[in-house]
Design a binder for this molecule. Structure first.
Ligand SMILES: [Zn+2]
Ligand SMILES: [Zn+2]
Length: 161
């Protein structure tokens, strides 16, 4: 783990082109959206962080304005349309730990990250980690060996919709 990540800052257009290039090449890559003060960036601005897993490097587009609408098409490009559940889709029950984090998020108490086994920001390399950076409680974590699909879908719905 090495957070804050060392990132190369790009313009949005260049970050989007980088994501498209990874997707077109069938490479590995993923996104994080980070609010001001997030541990992943350690930056006072919002950011879309793109990890180019095959390069072992990370890029970021930073802005003061909300970035979720600009992150969404890139997330679909890199993670697949399935990763962002539709409004009408019924979700499996999430774990109690992640449900607790979701309740905190609905109260406006912090933000989520889904960290894959290959994620550079994952404190548990090789495992899946769902992190909630809670404004009052500090860092909440749920760590699993298997991809926690129901938890991920709950979190992505909270992040992207
Ligand atoms: Zn964060
Ligand atoms: Zn990552």
């Amino acid at each position: 783990m090495r957070i804050p990540l060392t990132v190369t800052e790009l313009r949005y257009e260049d970050l989007a082109a980088k994501a498209a290039g990874i997707a077109a090449a069938g490479g590995r890559g993923h996104l994080h959206t980070t609010p001001p003060g997030c541990r992943i960036t350690g930056d006072s601005r919002r950011a879309i962080v793109l990890e180019a897993t095959d390069e072992g490097t990370a890029y970021a587009f930073c802005d003061e304005a909300p970035i979720e609408d600009r992150a969404r098409p890139l997330a679909i490009l890199l993670h697949g349309a399935d990763s962002v559940p539709g409004e009408d889709e019924v979700l499996e029950p999430a774990s109690s730990a992640v449900n607790t984090m979701a309740d905190r998020m609905r109260m406006g108490k912090g933000h989520f990250h889904i960290l894959t086994p290959a994620c550079l920001a994952n404190p548990n390399p090789g495992r899946w980690t769902i992190v909630f950076e809670d404004d009052d409680l500090g860092i909440l974590e749920s760590v699993t060996d298997e991809r926690p699909l129901a938890d991920i879908r709950l979190v992505e719905r909270l992040i992207y919709t």
